[in-house]
Ligand binder design. Structure first.
Ligand code: NI
Length: 177
């Protein structure tokens, strides 16, 4: 089922979400299915449970090809629960981000270029990956939602924040963000 996505200004986007303690539960499967439906309907590359008003530490991300980020390399579809992030060398990189909770806008955000992430899948199996580039960026963006952080809070140079169709006229055909 497609859920409405909360938008910046909704106080629920600013809360710290709670750990998930029961894996493989029917409610968890339903939540993930709803998040997938919602993310795909919105054309997003990731979604965090708090964005549909569920204060749990669960994010999904991944795509083969994104209309929103046409240059981005594919990321395998992933359900990541109770994630922990660890930078590998502390190097930061700037890159453009959008967010389904901040529709129609983009901003340039510093993120760790390389990181290790750990967490669990929907069955409670451990996930551990070392990633870089856009994959690393998406994970950091989604996991920030679990701590009540939206990407505009991380922008260093606010002159690099604006409306997508002004910044990137070539993406003007997109309707979702
Ligand atoms: Ni977001």
């Amino acid at each position: 089922m497609i859920h409405p996505i909360l938008r910046m200004g909704d106080p629920r986007l600013l809360l710290r979400a709670e750990d998930i303690t029961e894996f493989d539960a029917p409610e968890l499967h339903q939540l993930v299915a709803d998040m997938v439906d919602t993310m795909r309907a919105a054309g997003g590359v990731g979604l965090a449970a708090p964005q549909i008003g569920v204060p749990l530490r669960l994010v999904i991300f991944g795509f083969d090809h994104s209309e929103r980020y046409p240059e981005a390399p594919p990321i395998p579809f992933t359900v990541l629960i109770n994630p922990e992030l660890e930078p590998l060398d502390g190097m930061l990189a700037l890159g453009w981000e959008g967010c389904l909770s901040v529709p129609g806008m983009r901003g340039e955000v510093p993120r760790w270029e390389r990181l290790r992430y750990r967490g669990y899948d929907i069955h409670g199996q451990r996930i551990e990956r070392e990633v870089e580039g856009f994959h690393a960026r998406v994970v950091q963006h989604e996991c920030d939602h679990l701590d009540g952080v939206l990407y505009p809070m991380r922008i260093g140079d606010l002159s690099r924040f604006g409306f997508t169709d002004e910044l990137f006229p070539e993406l003007a055909g997109e309707t979702t963000a």
